[in-house]
Design a protein around this ligand. Structure first.
Ligand code: HEM
Ligand SMILES: N[C@@H](CC(=O)c1ccccc1NC=O)C(=O)O
Length: 284
């Protein structure tokens, strides 16, 4: 009888053994550090939408943390010739980016009238100063050292950015793998540290042409090539969602970070992370 639902009486899961006392045991909130996370929202205004704005950015930063973790694991796997593991990790990175893309639908519900109520409180802070975003761009090969400047007040951030620049980018580890597979890759393309964005190299165009013209002869490279295209495809969608949301919310105002705003973000839409992988399509 005690296990059965009694009409009109709230069911107590304790009767089936649910643990209810956590004074000296690790609980859900303890494990997840929820006291820290849920107390880390400190709106500076009374505007209702400031909490949305803060949580949107904090959750994005958490996903970016995971993205960096998976990108690092993927780079290690490729460097060790563990391609099946790398494929799984890169697929996960694309799914995380898709998660970030969907999140724009929530922020888009904030109108210019809502945002202007607290925009002044943001001062000169801006996503332009996101350390993790810059680390992701560097890991993917978009290495513009000018972007270190906004972090100069923080030695630890500068050290992380420089450590990233000292590592081969994702594209470089893929190209080094291609060389181990017997394909021709110029030394320059995989030299570290690479502290400039990767620009199209004719020999690498030839490499991908060989791969895409005969996938079965170069299956691992064909698969990783498509994973990189996927990843950049999702990243481009993130940039596009960002610039469209920005235009919708602040029009053509200058950014709090000091750039032209939409004009700067439109320029960033032209970034090509893996240029040969896009250009090879025309040559097939
Ligand atoms: C209403 C919402 C938003 C507005 C109006 C906005 C506006 C801007 C503007 C104008 C810039 C250019 C830099 C500047 O001068 O400030 C920028 C850059 C940036 N924002 Fe946002 N943003 C919004 C939401 C977001 C969200 C949700 C994220 C997610 C983390 C984000 C991340 C970034 C990043 C990473 C940059 C640097 C982009 C780059 O350098 O390529 N922004 N944003
Ligand atoms: N750049 C934005 C402000 C902004 O969006 C922002 C400010 C502080 C923390 C994160 C932000 N998000 C993206 O840039 C603006 O110009 O309104």
């Amino acid at each position: 009888m005690s296990d059965e639902a009694e009409p009109g009486k709230a069911y107590n899961p304790e009767t089936e053994g649910a643990e209810m006392r956590f004074a000296d045991k690790m609980s859900y909130g303890d494990y997840l550090g929820l006291t820290q996370i849920l107390n880390a929202q400190a709106p500076l205004s009374d505007a209702s939408d400031e909490l949305l704005f803060i949580i949107q950015h904090q959750t994005s930063e958490l996903w970016m943390k995971l993205m960096l973790h998976e990108l690092n694991a993927a780079r290690d796997a490729i460097a060790d010739d563990h391609m099946p593991q790398a494929m799984k990790l890169l697929a996960r990175v694309s799914r995380i980016m898709e998660q970030l893309n969907s999140a724009w639908d929530v922020l888009r519900t904030m109108t210019p009238s809502d945002y202007t109520q607290f925009r002044d409180a943001l001062g000169m802070s801006s996503g332009f100063q996101s350390l993790q975003y810059r680390l992701i761009e560097y890991a993917l090969g978009n290495r513009n050292t000018a972007m270190i400047r906004p972090h100069e007040h923080d030695a630890q951030s500068v050290a992380l950015l420089n450590a990233e620049l000292a590592r081969p980018s994702l594209y470089q580890v893929v190209l080094a793998f291609a060389r181990r597979q017997g394909l021709d890759v110029p030394d320059d393309a995989i030299a570290v540290p690479a502290s400039a964005p990767h620009l199209e190299v004719p020999e690498i165009m030839t490499l991908w042409q060989k791969v895409y013209r005969d996938p079965s002869a170069h299956w691992a490279l064909y698969e990783v090539g498509e994973k990189l295209v996927d990843l950049e495809d999702y990243f481009r969608r993130w940039r596009f969602n960002h610039v469209t949301t920005v235009e919708r919310v602040i029009g053509f105002k200058r950014g709090t970070g000091g750039t032209g705003g939409v004009s700067y973000l439109k320029r960033m839409l032209e970034v090509e992370l893996f240029p040969e992988l896009w250009h090879v399509r025309t040559a097939l």
